[in-house]
Write a protein that binds this ligand. Structure first.
Ligand code: SF4
Length: 100
């Protein structure tokens, strides 16, 4: 869980590191949606497996109302990609292909 200000601070810091050339997989195009928590939650295509258990989206899905303050950037990015957000899909391909 992160507040809006904390999410904005994280995005600003990551953006600075991207601009400095660090190999970062986070998607800049998703940051406005992450800051405003304006993506579909939970992300049903995001699967977490640990110790023989499997969760849809993060391991936090059972905590009531947590999704409204989601601080799991990966879940937001995958939610936007699987919602068909063209800008984020393009950004994901460009970013991932740069490092894979
Ligand atoms: S809080 Fe975030 S990571 Fe956790 S279930 Fe909700 S959308 Fe997924």
């Amino acid at each position: 869980m992160l507040t809006r200000d904390e999410r904005k601070d994280c995005c600003d810091r990551i953006e600075r590191l991207i601009d400095e050339g660090y190999p970062i997989f986070n998607l800049r195009s998703a940051f406005p949606y992450i800051i405003d928590n304006s993506f579909k939650t939970p992300c049903h295509q995001c699967i977490v497996m640990e110790n023989g258990r499997q969760w849809t989206c993060g391991r936090c899905i059972e905590i009531p109302n947590l999704c409204s303050q989601c601080g799991f950037f990966f879940a937001a990015e995958f939610s936007l990609v699987f919602s068909g957000h063209a800008g984020v899909i393009f950004d994901m391909l460009r970013t991932y292909l740069r490092y894979i």
